[in-house]
Design a protein around this ligand. Sequence first.
Ligand SMILES: C[S@@+](CC[C@H](N)C(=O)[O-])C[C@H]1O[C@@H](n2cnc3c(N)ncnc32)[C@H](O)[C@@H]1O
Length: 357
Amino acid sequence: MVNLQQYGLKDNKKIDFIFNSSLCCAVISCFYELGIFELIQNKQRFSLQEISKKHKIDENILHFLFFILESFEIIKRDKNEKYYTKGKLFGEIFQKKSFFYWLVSGYYKMLSELPQIITTNKKPYKNWKNIAIASEEYGANFVWKDLKKAIKKAIEWTISNQKPQGNGRKIQIVDLGCGTGHYLIKINKDNDITSSLNEKKAELFSTGINISASTIEIAKKITKKEGLHSKIDFIVADIQNLFHDTNQKNYLNADIIMSIFTIHEFLQNEGIIFEKIRKIFPKAEIFILCDNYKITTTPNPTYPIYSLALEFTHAIQKTHIPTLKEWYKIFTANGWKPIKILDTKIENAKIFILKKI
Ligand SMILES: C[S@@+](CC[C@H](N)C(=O)[O-])C[C@H]1O[C@@H](n2cnc3c(N)ncnc32)[C@H](O)[C@@H]1O
């Protein structure tokens, strides 16, 4: 039995707190999208007028948004009420702001259409572009450092197991559900990874695959800006229909497959997607998977940020986030053996390094 009092809330205030929290989520998501948190982060103190001017927001409206953030200790007003400074929770909100955007901007339609979705066959809508934008930031803050170790190891292992072709080796990596392509860009820019490749005279070629054309557009733009377009290719395709995509031959020879926060969407039919991936990429011995697992067992309003929301939004889509035990069963039943499992800084997410059985 949950008792909200244990979280310091008096009985007559619990409902107000629940209601007002949802307003605060919306404001955090809005400030994230507009880049206002970045502006605040770099300042000792700031005035409402300067932010209103810079972002062309009506002062009265902004005053109200500030009022909400102030209510939740994210910003605070100084004594003479002229300036604001960062509140007690600002630092943590700054780090985790993209989770709020993920929920509010990625799932707004699904949340407001909940009655129709759960009582009819209405397909739940999610905004993939906004979800990918959010996951780029929480990935950078909470996953990349650990993921990089796994990728570097996989590349080194592949090099040592591959016969040289001509003067060197060519390593091909494919990112399934690549979103904005940020992991492939980071891999190609990372000093440790590139010096390890150079040392072994190996060249890396990367392909990102994603179903959302507007997300791939972002990925291509950034890749071009970074001067990496000859190294990274992007394809708009549905992972589930890759069999039929016979025009794109190159990436099918991938040595390493990676997929970050995406495969949990396709676990119907006992995870047959893993068996499919084995067949689509016959040369790939390593599959680096970073994904969420179910941790919610008893009702609790202070579940770690993102876990409960992820399980909820996926239950509505009739997809089930597996427990760790269920993940292992899916891997082994479909031809992949976990050889190493790394933690991430997200409480319900791990990196699984899988090897083809
Ligand atoms: C949660 S995002 C993760 C994006 C990226 N991997 C990251 O971690 O930043 C999931 C991505 O999978 C893509 N996606 C969803 N269904 C897909 C499908 N059937 N085929 C290819 N991509 C898909 C979405 O468009 C979205 O970009």
